[in-house]
Design a protein. Structure first.
Length: 256
């Protein structure tokens, strides 16, 4: 009976974590470039159940009854990096990545990576993200990484991701990054991720006047949320049944 408690409660814990992941996906369904997350789970290792009620000759020996599964455990929360749909806009500061890659921004003293290309121009004329982090580029003359200054001029991006400012030319190239293994990217909130060893010279296709929608399918996530609710209620019933059984056994043993 106690083992049944462990199995049911481990299921409740996993379902609670799953619910948090799904509700977070739904909350971010309208966030540009957001990538949905999924909870990965696995079963605990089976335990061999045995007793010593098998009589061989005049001795009781070990008798293997069978395997017992102790429930489910949470492994990790993984990000699904499938492409989101493109949404056309009239803003020259809107960008979307077609395929692999990330935009690079300076957030405080650290470099961060994002798929959200909904950029703005601040009062100083620099290209920034929604939270004010500076979008980084590569100076075509010096090769240095630096914030991209566009002023109040019109600009466009070419096939090599150079930022061509009207009347000035291509001072900077939009800095992008790619990674060998996306599974090692660490989300840090605000649609940003961090990771060591970015690949700056990878080919990243950037489209101007477009935004990438999140890859969350709200109807799928809502169905998943309802399934989690039903499974949670079922596990709760099992816990209640086992609790009542234990209480009954304890009270009857107490009278013996």
């Amino acid at each position: 009976m106690i083992r049944g408690f462990y199995t049911s409660v481990s299921g409740l814990i996993a379902l609670q974590n799953d619910q948090e992941v799904v509700t977070n996906n739904i909350a971010n369904v309208n966030n540009t470039g957001y990538k949905k997350r999924e909870l990965t789970k696995s079963s605990f290792e089976d335990v061999m159940i045995s007793n010593r009620q098998k009589l061989v000759g005049d001795k009781y020996v070990k008798n293997d009854i069978g395997n017992l599964n102790m429930g489910v455990k949470v492994n990790d929360v993984e990000t699904v990096f499938t492409q989101g749909a493109f949404k056309s806009t009239d803003s020259m500061t809107d960008f979307a990545i077609d395929g692999r890659g990330f935009f690079v921004a300076q957030n405080g003293n650290k470099e961060v990576y994002t798929r959200d290309g909904n950029f703005k121009i601040n009062n100083q004329g620099y290209l920034i993200t929604n939270d004010g982090s500076q979008v980084l580029g590569i100076n075509n003359s010096t090769g240095a990484r630096e914030p991209i200054y566009v002023g109040d001029s019109k600009f466009s991006i070419d096939g090599d991701n150079n930022i061509n400012i009207e009347g000035v030319g291509a001072v900077d190239k939009l800095l992008t990054a790619d990674f060998q293994n996306y599974n090692n990217l660490e989300p840090i909130g605000d649609n940003y991720s961090t990771m060591d060893n970015p690949i700056y010279n990878a080919k990243v296709n950037v489209r101007q006047n477009f935004l990438e929608s999140s890859n969350v399918d709200p109807s799928t996530e809502l169905v998943k949320l309802m399934e989690i609710k039903r499974q949670f209620e079922t596990n709760q019933k099992f816990v209640k049944m086992q609790d009542e059984t234990v209480q009954k056994a304890a009270s009857e043993l107490g009278r013996v």
